[in-house]
Ligand binder design. Structure first.
Ligand code: AMP
Length: 222
């Protein structure tokens, strides 16, 4: 079982790294942000309720996001592990998740924290695109993660669009909000001895190699 968490400020590359890790270790990539955007796209009851919160860059309340995640983690494809992208965002979420792990007799061995300077993150954000259908992420300014055909998703051929929360005002708000929540969360995982800080502003493959090296040095047996 390989469970891992990726935490980072907005636009530090956790979506890209999570997807690559998911492919390498053949485990699902679970992005709470993507789940929520999908609900909005499908105009479900939940999607309608949360649309404004997401567009303003505010966090959903801990109980709601945990319920959404919980039902995803109970699916069959998660039984051999998963990459958690964007959860937990608060200490309360981390504790709710720990209760879940206790109940299911699982554990988490790797929490990767990708750090990045705010200005570099904003520069990256300018090129970020997502698939309007399958939520795959791209960056037209980064060679390694550019779409093969401009504005077209490599995976499903749908149009690529900008995220509604990828504008300067919302980015700044999300970045600052992230910094206020992150210290207690980092300390929580540091005390458990499972936090690994990685510089997120390097080349995509360099960051990826560092993460994989840490995992390969560990014991993946349980
Ligand atoms: P992301 O795709 O991770 O950048 O998340 C996009 C948005 O979804 C965030 O700005 C929040 O509004 C919401 N969201 C995603 N994950 C969480 C979470 N763990 N807790 C609360 N809100 C979240």
């Amino acid at each position: 079982m390989i469970n891992m968490i990726l935490i980072s400020p907005p636009s530090a590359g956790k979506g890209t790294q999570s997807k690559m890790l998911s492919e390498k270790f053949k485990i699902p990539h679970i992005s709470t942000g993507s789940i929520l955007r999908e609900e909005i796209n499908k105009k479900t009851e939940l999607g309608t309720k949360i649309k404004d919160t997401i567009e303003r860059g505010i966090l959903l309340d801990d109980k709601t996001i945990f319920e959404i995640l919980h039902s995803r983690l109970m699916k069959e494809d998660c039984k051999n592990g998963y990459v958690l992208d964007g959860f937990p965002r608060t200490l309360k979420q981390a504790k709710l998740y720990d209760e879940f792990l206790k109940e299911t007799k699982e554990n988490i061995k790797y929490v990767f924290y990708l750090s990045i300077d705010k200005n570099i993150a904003y520069e990256r954000l300018k090129g970020r695109l997502i698939c309007s259908n399958c939520q795959a992420t791209y960056n037209e300014l980064i060679e390694e993660v550019k779409p093969i055909v401009n504005d077209v998703c490599n995976e499903c051929g749908s149009n690529l669009i900008k995220r509604v929360d990828d504008n300067y005002e919302v980015f700044i708000k999300r970045f600052e909000l992230f910094l206020t929540e992150i210290e207690p969360l980092k300390n929580y995982y540091k005390e458990k001895g499972i936090l690994y800080e990685i510089e997120g502003s390097e080349k995509v493959m360099d960051t990826f190699s560092k993460i994989v090296q840490i995992i390969n040095c560990g014991d993946l047996s349980d």
